[in-house]
Every structure is written in structure tokens, then in C-alpha cells.
Design a protein. Structure first.
Length: 202
């Protein structure tokens, strides 16, 4: 009697698991059909080298989010096959608007995007501990911002093409400060150097 009950219990267990799996894949298929033929907002998943969702097959990774007229436009999450993740605004499969990008190496960016590139205002946290908060253009640090190094030193001022260029203030670990001109990531031209004791060199 006990053996029979155990067998029946196992049958119920495996039957339940089978039903859960069947429901799971049915929901995916249902959403896929809705995406292919529907017009309202819905969720899409596309797999590399797979014809299961050929109407939204992506070469770069898996997308889950809203679509518009069967185009990947709206808000959603990209899970890239290289390990990167993007969550935010998308226009025709391209990052446009505001979003958060986390790279596989641990670097992360949160802010504006234009045509897939960092643009406008945002902030970067590098895996090595360095940080930047400020303006971007064409995927580079361009404009005004603050770059803080992992050791605590910082630069606040203008950037061009990822380099310190123009006017800016660099604060050293010992408290000394350079306030002046920068060219090609190096201080150059007129400026003021203030020592920790308050004395000034111009």
C-alpha cells in the first residue's frame, strides 16, 4: 500500500512539473504569435541563430520589451550575447533616449543615448573605481563634467573627445589644486597652483 502511494505521488509530481513546463512554453508561443500579428504593446524575445521568432530575430542578443507596429521601438531590455545588458529607450533596435548600459567587464553607464552612442548628460562607473558625471557627445566625454579617480583625486572642467581640454580644476590627494588651462589631457598655459598650506604659485 505504501509503495503504491509513493508511485502515485511521483506520478502527480512529474505530471505537475510537465504541466508547468507546457504552460511556460505555451505563454512564450502565445506572446510570439501576438507579436507577429498584433498591433498593441507586447513582449518579444528573439534568439540568435533561431527561426522560432524569425520575425524579430536579432543577431546581437535577446530583447524583452515593448514594440510598436512590429518594430522594436519603445522601452525594454537587451541581453547581449557578449554579456552586456541595456535597459531603456529603444528606436528600431537602437539605443535612443535614456537608458542604463552595464558591460560584461563591470563598467556601467546611465544617461542619454543618440543613435546608439552616449550623448547628452550621464555618468560612468568604471570597474577600476574611476567615475565620471557630466556631458557626452558621440560616445565620448565632451563638454563639462567631473572625473573622479579611484584614489580620490578629481578633475572638474571641460572635456573634448575624452580628454581634458579647455579650463578645469584638478584636485590632488594631498589637497593641492591646479586651476587653469588644459590641452590634450595635460595642464598647459596659464593657471594657478595652490599648495596644501595655502601658498599660491601663478
Amino acid at each position: 500500500m505504501g509503495v503504491k502511494n509513493k508511485l502515485n505521488g511521483r506520478r502527480v509530481f512529474f505530471t505537475t512539473i510537465g504541466l508547468i513546463i507546457a504552460i511556460f512554453f505555451s505563454l512564450i508561443f502565445y506572446n510570439a504569435i501576438k507579436t507577429k500579428y498584433g498591433t498593441e504593446k507586447k513582449y518579444v524575445m528573439s534568439l540568435k541563430d533561431s527561426n522560432e521568432f524569425e520575425f524579430h530575430e536579432l543577431n546581437e542578443g535577446v530583447y524583452v520589451g515593448s514594440v510598436s507596429e512590429n518594430a522594436i521601438t519603445g522601452s525594454g531590455t537587451f541581453y547581449y550575447f557578449n554579456g552586456d545588458t541595456y535597459k531603456g529607450d529603444i528606436v528600431e533596435e537602437i539605443k535612443n533616449g535614456t537608458g542604463n548600459l552595464v558591460l560584461a567587464n563591470g563598467d556601467s553607464y546611465s544617461g542619454g543615448f543618440e543613435d546608439g552612442l552616449k550623448s547628452g548628460t550621464g555618468n560612468i562607473d568604471w570597474a577600476n573605481g574611476n567615475k565620471y558625471e557630466g556631458e557626452f557627445s558621440n560616445d565620448t566625454l565632451t563638454g563639462n563634467g567631473t572625473y573622479t579617480y579611484a584614489d580620490g583625486a578629481s578633475y572638474t572642467g571641460s572635456f573634448v573627445g575624452g580628454q581634458r581640454y579647455g579650463t578645469g580644476i584638478f584636485t590632488y590627494l594631498d589637497g593641492s589644486i591646479y586651476d587653469g588651462k588644459w590641452i590634450d589631457d595635460q595642464y598647459s598655459g596659464t593657471g594657478t597652483y595652490t599648495y596644501p598650506d595655502g601658498s599660491v604659485l601663478e
